[in-house]
Design a protein around this ligand. Structure first.
Ligand SMILES: Cc1cc2nc3c(=O)[nH]c(=O)nc-3n(C[C@H](O)[C@H](O)[C@H](O)COP(=O)(O)O)c2cc1C
Length: 196
């Protein structure tokens, strides 16, 4: 499966790292692009250094995932994800900031992540948007509804607790498992309700 993963500047870097690892473990071909703010959040939340340079941040993120990931700069308009003519099975934005959410809902685009999501919608392909903010304004809520009506799946970054999570990793796995489910990828990352 060929998947595009866009990382934007909302809190939730562990979700992005967990999802990336899981996609590679599932044998997916992954194209990755992180916005400027996305890099800052990765650097802050995963490596404790908000000013870590882009290249170093990405190198650390990719350290454990092997070679199936291709990284694209946010202004790489020659990437396959910039066009509907490229064969891509699914697109995921994780985490999705309210800034990117608003841009996607408006149909405008200024980086590869916006463009990839727009391509997914116009081509009728799977788009999973994983927003994070709290509380939510009426504008945020309307933007999510707009995207849902346009065909996106809104997978809000809100882990459940019914699987008796013991660690932060368990909570991350819960969300990653729901994202993999949306992509039709077999996984047993989190216990399923009613199925032990
Ligand atoms: C450490 C950190 C955490 C942030 N958390 C959030 C968040 O949870 N949700 C959100 O919408 N924006 C958050 N922001 C603000 C966004 O990064 C900012 O609006 C940015 O312009 C989004 O750009 P992007 O969508 O291109 O990544 C955060 C910023 C930083 C530096």
């Amino acid at each position: 499966m060929h998947v595009f993963l866009g990382i934007t500047g909302a809190s939730g870097a562990p979700y992005a790292a967990g999802l990336l690892e899981a996609l590679v473990a599932e044998g997916c071909e992954v194209g990755l692009s992180a916005s400027v703010a996305g890099i800052e959040v990765l650097a802050t939340e995963l490596y404790g250094d908000a000013s870590l340079p882009r290249e170093e941040t990405l190198a650390r993120l990719l350290e454990h995932v092997g070679g199936a990931v291709r990284v694209h700069a946010p202004d790489d308009w020659r990437a396959p994800y910039a066009s509907g003519s490229a064969q891509v099975d699914a697109y995921v934005i994780c985490p999705c900031s309210m800034g990117t959410l608003g841009t996607l809902a408006s149909g405008s685009m200024s980086n590869l992540i916006h463009r990839a999501a727009s391509v997914a919608l116009k081509e009728g392909r799977k788009l999973v948007v994983m927003p994070r903010e709290t509380p939510l304004s009426a504008i945020h809520l309307r933007n999510m509804l707009t995207l849902r009506e346009a065909g996106a799946t809104i997978l809000f970054l809100a882990p459940g607790f019914y699987h008796r999570a013991e660690t932060v990793g368990d909570l991350v796995d819960f969300v990653v498992a729901r994202a993999l489910d949306q992509l039709g990828l077999e996984n047993s990352l989190a216990q399923r309700w009613g199925q032990s």
